[in-house]
Design a protein around this ligand. Structure first.
Ligand code: LLP
Length: 434
């Protein structure tokens, strides 16, 4: 597990998160259960915001809420002065209901519907990121009907290939996102959007991918974007006010991933700020307001999922399966990306880990695995397992597959806990059935 003072093994040999023993959590809320360490989330928000202020000055950390979206996270993030990025009517709706300052919302997506664009205008969303000609056209006429001039950015593909799973790489030349600088598409869409009377083109946006550790990928993206800012300045005599560089900072999941503490995450921001400061100076480009959109790194390591072991199956000489009361319906990341996770027996933290188990979910799919080849103590039915780093893209990608219930989310801090998301009920499952 990653070292931090809100996560420890207590004198009973139990895992303790935010000062709460997992046994108490299991008793009060049952399993499967998403547990979120609120202090970790707050720490990450503050570290990012503070570093952006000190290293660069003019900018905003905009939490990428697709990583984990519910009323409470928008409330937390908003109270700390961050912005947020939303990618659907549903995320926008949740942010609005949470009382989020909508002027600090940035609306993304490669195919926003007309209804979503109208909703964004109705709620005075600060910035909308355009990702198609037809979208610019549509948004312009919607803004006109509202008698508004909408601030927009354009999604650009800077052509930086980051080292991560190919499904979560987004800036390759054949990406469905953005307009490529390399082939001239980016300049053409800039010209086009500048002709739209009810759109104010504030700047450009890019996002090179997710779960990226290499700082040089971000530095490269900065340079490519500022090179392009210079091209736009020289050819169109237009200077942008804003640069949004997206998110993507990697987190620890398992052996082989760097273990970075909250304050060390500031290094990503420092690299970006330093590269940007140098680049704008070298290319004599106006200093832009800098927006960064981390999602995974704010909530990912804050999350731990608790499960209860059910059936244990030993296939002699081949494999030991420990089946849990959760699975791909609460964490589809192994099934989707062969993602690796670290698992522990949360009430046997001091016991020797000399047996290898594959942790299997309860869905009717062979691929419903949470983690393979985990070194654990001998497991028995009803043992409690904890899976680390499940705060991002778990609850937000959960489903009711096999009509399993999506687990509740509990926040823990300073020895107490509360529901952020209540448990679903079977009644919820049939609520919209006719
Ligand atoms: N900004 C934009 C425009 C994005 O598309 C994303 C993530 C982010 C920011 C935040 O990136 P982060 O800091 O969280 O890496 N479901 C996948 C991850 C997909 C990420 C999509 N975009 C997973 O479970 O790994």
């Amino acid at each position: 597990m990653n070292a931090r003072n809100t996560l420890k093994v207590n004198e009973l040999g139990h895992l303790e998160i935010g000062g709460v023993d997992v046994t108490a959590l299991k008793k009060e809320y049952g399993t499967p259960l998403y547990v979120m360490d609120k202090a970790y989330i707050e720490d990450m928000c503050n570290v990012y915001s503070k570093t952006l202020q000190t290293e660069y000055g003019n900018g905003l950390i905009s939490y990428a809420s697709k990583a984990f979206s519910c009323l409470e996270i928008y409330r937390i993030v908003n109270s700390l002065g961050l912005g947020a990025d939303v990618v659907s009517g549903g995320e926008l709706y949740t942010a609005v209901k949470a009382g989020f300052d909508t002027s600090k919302l940035c609306f993304h997506g490669n195919n926003k519907t007309e209804a979503e664009l109208i909703m964004a205008l109705e709620n005075n969303v600060g910035t909308i990121v355009i990702d198609a000609y037809s979208e610019a056209e549509k948004l312009n006429s919607i803004a006109k009907s509202f008698n508004k001039v909408q601030d927009v950015l354009i999604r650009i593909n800077p052509g930086v290939e980051a080292h991560t799973h190919h499904f979560i790489q987004t800036a390759k030349i054949d990406s469905k996102f953005g307009f490529s600088i390399e082939n001239g598409d980016a300049l053409e869409i800039v010209k086009y959007v500048l002709t739209k009377e009810n759109l104010k083109l504030k700047g450009l946006h890019c996002h090179i991918g997710s779960q990226i550790f290499e700082k040089k990928s971000f530095a490269l993206a900065v340079d490519k974007m500022i090179d392009f800012y210079k091209i736009v300045k020289d050819t169109l005599n237009y200077e942008f006010d804003v640069l949004n560089l997206g998110g993507g900072f990697g987190i620890w999941y398992s052996d082989g991933d760097a273990k970075i503490n909250t304050s060390q995450y500031s290094e990503y921001i420092k690299t970006i700020a330093q590269t940007l400061n140098k680049s704008i100076k070298d290319k004599k480009v106006k200093k832009p307001y800098l927006i960064l959109e981390p999602g995974r790194s704010i909530v990912g390591e804050a999350g731990i999922t608790l499960y209860t072991v059910g059936n244990i199956k030993e296939i002699k000489g081949v494999k030991n399966y420990a089946a849990i009361d959760g699975g791909m319906f609460d964490n589809p990341r192994f099934a989707l990306y062969q993602a690796k996770y670290t698992v522990c027996a949360a009430e046997k933290m001091n016991e020797p880990t000399n047996i290898t188990y594959t942790i299997a979910g309860k869905c009717c799919e062979s691929g419903d695995i949470i983690a393979e080849d985990c070194k654990l103590p001998t497991l028995n039915e009803n043992d409690l397992l904890a899976v680390f780093s499940t705060g991002a893209y778990n609850y937000s990608m959960a489903s009711n597959y096999n009509r399993n219930l999506i687990p509740p989310v509990v926040m823990v801090k300073d020895g107490s806990s509360y529901y952020a998301v209540k448990p679903q009920t079977y009644e919820d499952l049939i609520r919209n059935d006719i």
